[in-house]
Design a protein around this ligand. Structure first.
Ligand code: A3P
Length: 293
């Protein structure tokens, strides 16, 4: 059994196998619960590096799995309808999850629970342009009181590139989920592809899970999962979270929801440095993304 490797790291975080996790949402018990979690062959887990579209998956995936029944997104907060594998909420809600179960995780591949590897549970891995990830994360750190103040954007870029952020380096996370032996159990998609064509994404997800949704249902799900609808859905926009924990006056969780906002934040020097570093860390990887690195 893998040892839970946990160390204190400042007031707000602790280290789990070298990865920073916030104490507000994670604990030794939640990580033990995740490690002992028994995956079912029908489970579907959406995997993301933070700020890559996790809550978007919490919206889309349960609807794809249940054939377009809107009940979960109308009645159940996102963190309960597709809970994070590693967070404290899972133990509380796991018995209520309908089958097939939808979950999300930010864990790298090597830290997934043992039962995941022997099950046939499927994975959707969402990658987002890291330049937009760092911008989204910068604002998230301003609005979430359980995260450290990000400092200036320049300072936060350094923190991000050094991997001193939640769940470590973006490149390590992406690479870990590219080097798997999951075969056709894993599907890769980018935030940008989802944003470009939501119905096509839902069609791909439906084919992946093998439930052949009708065009009518696909369109219905797409309408419910677009940015504006999610932003006004209190089960999805985090307005149920007290403002001393997440202050949407500082920055809403559903902030802009676009690809390419980094262009409004990076200087040309920052862009060059960021791209060179990420490119270097991905050298030798045969990765093809819809954005230039
Ligand atoms: P921005 O801050 O760039 O707006 P996560 O859920 O992994 O924390 O990711 C949050 C990011 O996903 C935010 O990005 C958020 O706006 C975006 N997002 C969530 N739902 C979305 C949707 N329906 N359409 C587009 N972007 C969405």
């Amino acid at each position: 059994m893998r040892k839970i490797n946990i160390m204190s790291s400042g007031e707000k975080y602790f280290l789990h196998h070298g990865l920073l996790l916030p104490k507000e949402t994670h604990s030794l018990e939640s990580l033990k619960f995740a490690q002992d979690f028994v995956f079912d062959d029908n489970d579907l887990v959406a995997v993301t590096y933070p700020k890559s579209g996790t809550i978007w998956m919490q919206e889309i995936v349960p609807l794809v799995l249940n054939g377009g029944d809107l009940t979960p997104i109308q009645r159940i907060p996102n963190w309960e309808r597709a809970p994070w594998l590693e967070e404290t909420q899972l133990a509380r809600v796991v018995d209520r999850l309908p089958s097939p179960r939808a979950m999300v995780t930010h864990l790298p591949y090597n830290l997934m629970p043992k039962s995941f590897f022997s099950s046939k549970a499927k994975v959707i891995y969402v990658t987002r342009n890291p330049k937009d990830v760092v911008v989204s994360s910068y604002y998230f750190h301003q609005m979430a009181s359980f995260l450290d103040d990000p400092g200036t954007f320049e300072e936060f870029l350094d923190t991000f590139l050094e991997g001193k952020v939640l769940f470590g380096k973006w490149t390590d996370h992406v690479k870990s989920w590219r080097h798997t032996d999951l075969g056709d159990r894993i599907m890769h998609i980018t935030y940008e592809e989802i944003a470009q064509d939501l119905p096509a994404t839902i069609r791909r997800f439906s084919d992946f899970v093998g439930n052949s949704l009708s065009e009518e249902v696909i369109q219905k799900i797409a309408e419910q999962c677009c940015f504006e609808t999610m932003k006004s859905n209190r089960m999805s926009n985090f307005s149920l979270v007290p403002s001393d924990i997440m202050d949407s006056n500082k920055s809403p969780f559903l902030r802009k929801g676009i690809a390419g906002d980094w262009k409004n934040h990076f200087s040309s020097d920052q862009e060059a440095r960021f791209s060179a570093l990420i490119r270097g860390e991905l050298e030798g990887e045969k990765l093809c993304f819809p954005w230039d690195l």
